[in-house]
Design a protein around this ligand. Sequence first.
Ligand SMILES: [Zn+2]
Length: 1013
Amino acid sequence: MHDTTDRTLGRLRRFVDEWLLAAQYRHRAALEVTSWEVPDEPVPFSQAIQGRYRPHPTGTPWGKPWGTVWFHVTGTVPPEWSGEIGAGQVRPELVVDLGFSGANPGFQAEAIVYSAEGEILKALEPRNQYVVLPAAAGDRIEVYIEAAANPDVPQGSFTKPTTMGEKSTADPSELYTLRTVDVALLDVPVWELVQDVTALGGLVEELSAQDPRRGQIVAALEDMLDAIDPADLPGTAQAGRAALATVRSAPAHASAHCIHAVGHAHIDSAWLWPVRETVRKCARTFANVLALMETDPDFTFACSSAQQYAWIEQYYPELFVRIAEKVREGRFIPAGGMWVESDTNMPGGEAMARQFLEGSGYFLDTFGVETTDVWLPDSFGYTGALPQIAAAAGKDAFFTQKMSWNDTNAMPHHTFDWEGIDGSRIFTHLTPVDTYNSDLSARELARAQRQYTEKGRANTSLVPFGHGDGGGGPTREMIAAARRTADLEGSPKVVLSSPARFFAAARAEYTRPPVWSGELYLEYHRGTYTSQHRTKAGNRRTEHLLREAELWAATATVRTGAAYPAQDLQRLWRTVLLHQFHDILPGTSIAWVHREAEQRYTETIAELEQIIATALAALAGEGTEEVTFNAGPFPRGAVPALGAGAAAGTADDGVTDLVRDDTGVVLDNGRLRVGIDGRGLITSVLDLRTGRQALPPGQVAGLLQVHRDIPNQWDAWDIDEHYRRNVRDLTEAISIQEITDTSGGAGVQVQRRYGDSRIVQRYLLPDGARRVELTTEVDWHERHTLLKLAFPLDVRAEQAASEIQFGHINRPTAANTSWDHARFETVAHRWVHVGEPGYGFAVANDSTYGHDITRTTRADGGTTTTVRQSLLRAPMFPDPDADQGRHTLRSSLVVGAEIADAVTEGYRINLPERTVSGSGAVDPLVQVSDPAVVVEAVKLARDGSGDVIVRLYESRGGRARATVTPGFQATGALATDVLERPGTDRGVEVDPDGRVELDLRPFQIVTLRFGRP
Ligand SMILES: [Zn+2]
């Protein structure tokens, strides 16, 4: 037989483009449109309908960037359509084209449609432009359309600086031109034929030329084309569909991959739009979902992020009632159980726990729904602490997609047990479709099947479908695609499903999955640990202030009966949790988002300081003695951990001497002797106890280094490896002056200039300390420049320990494998430790996350291990002014440090003591007998019972036995989960008087709940 496949497919393309798509609507009639432009920020419906509306015919521009225009649309369903409507197979719809561009849904104009009475009907999006009108011929139509003139910020490039990220800098020209506002008559059989042709035509593209199935489908498509009269599609569409019936009904191969298609909308809680727009994006997306549920009884939708439900509850109560009803029906499915889809690299341990406490707590309190999965398709890598935290929050499954973005190595598994740093394991699935925004096209389904790595042992994957990033959600076309591929020869089998159903099926077929141990390091977006430093500093500061506020408020309640500010603390936690969203804390949002984030942090800090001050005043009582409060988990001098006392003076022999000689300055406190040369660089750090020199010969510590930092693709996201090869050391000083510290210690202050930037470095050797403290004040005006602070150390560290949540992770310092090589920039929380057996160093910080740690062998045969902190960047997209302006960063180098010293220093540098006037000591609410077991949080229970909650963990990576003794009359104690419900008591034994004996495995987290009379 002659092969005419190409000509048949060419004929099909012309038929689809020129006749079929246009014939989906049989008739159209234009409606009357008037408009009112909102003066500034969005207003609610009740206010919008009071606006002064003016005629706005199609063809008229609208919408300044970030502006809102309300359209009032009126008209009637043409009476002459009554015959066709009466005959069925057709449906009147409102069809609106706001002037949509080719940009993706969620990255341009969007709108929500209200009835004249203010009920939300549905949204309008670029590829979803209809609203079903339950109207008969002759019926009057009246709707309001709230249209958002959101700009396409990237315009196809994630590197070019843009002014669109702020209302104040955006060009105020109108962005869109209203194109269509019609009532139109949908021809349902023609629409169904479009779906048939899309599914089968797409499948043809995925099948090999030798596959008999491909030939059969092409022949059927040819028969369809022959059966249809393009001039009479309404009359011949059914005949065309009939020609496809046989190939449509051929069942899938017995071995076909099984895809659980989960309706979803990835809605970034802020990104290339501000938080306030996300609130409206949620409303639009959820309105689309509810509209689909009306027309399709089988359709379900999985939605993560309690914050997004809470926004709807607050701003769209009517919509929320309808969502809650669908949640009760099991169709609108809360997923994930976190407050937002947070970054997991940078949030601290307690904050990660609170993401689950607030998220899952909200789902339980609001809907009575217990979520059992972790849903993080898009965050930039996953901490090795997550399996244990998730398990402690009652989760047993984890879903993501982002690891497919690795730039070097492909993950070997799609379904596996992921093992965290403590040994906890969580059943994990990385979708092989490599997107969380699938359209269920034949191409994407085939990709999922092709790439799936568990073939032979398992055969099931999860594919989230629906427009995402900027929301939009599933469309009726996607559901049509799912129906056609439920059991279709040549295609994977698609079942409309939920996360829970997927995980049950995947677990059942894969009883011995492979194991991945340690972090899921994303080999990409390595700049996200550093970009937008003020946002990161705000996160670190507020996390520690929340610890202090809860600790002192709880202590004040137990000790003095003061009221516990539970609601304020919850609100402030939720603010901090929101800003840990995976495009805010990583520094990858527009200027508007980061400006607001900094503002929110400033307000949050002020409120927390007030809560702390109130609690301290209550605890310190009346008096004029100096009372020092220590919120850290370790005693400081005479001041107990988690309590208050009189600060001890420094012993005389520990006072730092400063001696000036011809090489510079020497600081000596009897423990360390630190040399600083005439350039203001640390040339020597001598450990006087051991005689060991910390620095390699000829090298200097505290060295600032600037690198050209121009990533290939994603400006704020990426540090590319080539940055290393362009470096300049900042060794010139403008001035050097001696300083002393009021709390004891001496050092020098060095002024430097680089480009348009000014830098003040302060080195301080505190009295009696084994550490050098460094403060770097920068007024930063560089672009595409990475500022690093280097600590070259004379130590052969095989691996570096970096603090993460509730513990640390060891990463090799060599780059033997492609995995090691790709890990050239890494995240650490408060400290990094490098060492040899018996001797090491800690490098700690108060607001830095990005690090690189490398190792070289010197000519003298010794090894230099260099720890560098990534202080600042200056990417130019999406915020052209990222990191410009003033920053203060504190660091410290601890000499002769074990892991335990690093842990201690991490808390010290982030939790300064507070001294107030009062009348005496405050006993801690709890005492722990073993310093390896660290108290991470002390608070009152979320249920308002007054019970005291204490979260602890083993901090060194070893076994620990400890006694936890309540410092108040406890009526008993029990181990709980993160949600403060009775949980696993492995390793926990409670005495009748509330004393708890702990027997912990490495890095084990324990949450204890102490009852009070
Ligand atoms: Zn995202």
